[in-house]
Design a protein around this ligand. Structure first.
Ligand code: Z5A
Length: 208
């Protein structure tokens, strides 16, 4: 069993994951904790190259099966090359999205069967799941609006609103199934309010 702490951030686009991850990193570093900040798809060069393939808006021809397997391939590389070594070295790993994104987007969004996804997760994660997952819950329309204001739209963001609503629901369903690991935080408050809630949920883990 690794000694570090693995925390992931999840939610629909524009929910504020990246903003909150950076604030949590600052909080933990101020306590002298050694943090590794990473993201999916990506985090290591091979997985970042796969990210380019996945998010390129020109790749409209990508089949759902190819998409699913590319996310899994990127994760397998990321887990093996970066996440597990960091955890074994006792570090705190803060990850922007992880395997729950596949369950929400490829499962809820695209309709892949949950049992099939569970098998794939076993391969891609090697059984290493986050100790805590912070699910920033936001209305899909509001999240897309925030993302639109930022100006870029990748291949997944171009899906219709019904897709993004299914993604949100799939996340909420996951949180019901795994209440100890996945904590739902409303993402409609101010950045500071959300940060305070997240601090509380992480303090529970590190100062029990
Ligand atoms: N994907 C998948 O399908 N399957 C998988 O297995 C994985 C991923 C791993 C890339 O993810 C895409 O890949 C993603 C899912 C899919 N789909 N899309 N598109 P990504 O994480 O790189 O992209 P993203 O989800 O679109 O993240 P994002 O756009 O970077 O959003 P965010 O990190 O959640 O939000 P943010 O950058 O922190 O904030 C967005 C804006 O809102 C920004 O201007 C902030 O200043 C603002 N903001 C943040 N918090 C607030 C609050 N509280 N109030 C008001 N405004 C706020």
């Amino acid at each position: 069993m690794s000694r570090g702490l693995f925390i992931s951030f999840e939610g629909v686009e524009g929910c504020g994951k990246s903003t909150q991850l950076r604030l949590l990193e600052e909080y933990l570093r101020a306590q002298g904790r050694d943090c590794v900040v990473t993201r999916e798809p990506g985090g290591v060069p091979i997985a970042e190259a796969i990210r380019e393939l996945l998010l390129n808006p020109d790749h409209e021809a990508m089949t759902p099966e190819a998409e699913l397997l590319l996310y899994a391939a990127a994760r397998a590389q990321h887990v093996g090359e970066k996440i597990v070594p960091a955890l074994e070295a006792g570090k705190v790993v803060l990850c922007d999205r992880f395997a729950d994104s596949t369950t929400a987007y490829q499962g809820g969004g695209r309709g892949f069967d949950t049992a099939r996804l569970a098998q794939l997760h076993g391969w891609a994660t090697g059984g290493r799941w986050p100790d805590r997952t912070l699910l920033l819950d936001l209305d899909a329309e509001a999240g897309l609006e925030r993302a639109r204001q930022r100006g870029r739209r990748d291949r997944i963001e171009r899906e219709d609103i019904a897709f993004h609503q299914r993604v949100r629901q799939a996340y909420l369903d996951l949180a019901v199934l795994e209440p100890e690991r996945i904590k739902v935080v409303s993402a409609s408050g101010s950045i500071e309010e959300i940060h305070q809630q997240i601090r509380g949920l992480v303090d529970e883990l590190i100062q029990p």
